[in-house]
Design a protein around this ligand. Sequence first.
Ligand code: KMH
Ligand code: ZN
Length: 277
Amino acid sequence: MEKLIITTAICGAEVTKEMNPAVPYTIEEIIKEAKSAYDAGAAVIHLHVRWDDGTPTQDKGRFKEAIDAIRKACPDVIILPSTGGAVGMTAEERLQPVDLKPEIATLDCGTCNFGGDLIFVNTETMNHTFAQKMKTLGVKPELECFEKGMIDNALRLYKKGLIDGPLHFNIVLGVNGAMTATTRDLVYMVESLPKDATWCATGIGRGAFDLAANAIVMGGHVRVGFEDNLYLEKGVLARSNGALVEKVVKLANILKRDIATPEEARRILSLRKRECE
Ligand code: KMH
Ligand code: ZN
């Protein structure tokens, strides 16, 4: 089995300081959270950015500022910007960080409900536009799939030549509107992937660490972070993203899986290190 790649989603777009005071908004706070996760063993930082008041933004300049600052604090870490942004943003807004030519960025593979009246919109046309732009700029897509139909959408993009293999998926389970963060649903999703694909599992909310343990024993990789879950355990808020990563490292130690460095993660994910423009 390959070493375990741990990704941290340090801030997301929907969680707030009211939910956990450690959620980062400012560039300084983002650096602190990125560094805590990196020091604890994360090889990949999944990045959203906010204005100082917490408003989510996909502003290219703000991404550049955050990426340059993280790069100084965590020299070799893989930075994986979001093109999902926040629910309700336009495709043009969301695509801005791709212009910076990161090594890898998210590509959300379909539409789903996102709790209450929220709908996270990713139409087939949007998938084509995002994939085409990422391919043109040499950015590897991390294929975010919240339910099984999204894997099929991704495979259609591959058949059409809009994305290149080997494919890398992030299976996100537990969103209020898509599949559940259960072993049964994770196994079903993983069995639906191409055999040479790499994959990471992200459990939203309560299922975060159960799903992480499943992914560790199944040979997948793991994402944790405030974007997905704010608690270290029931009723105990995590003091930092680093604390969430530490818990995954403990699980990996118990389950006898070594942790990948950023360099090892690049090899596993077929990435080539390059600086953002
Ligand atoms: N904020 C969610 C609506 C991604 O980063 O690509 C979407 C999201 C996915 O976070
Ligand atoms: Zn995200």
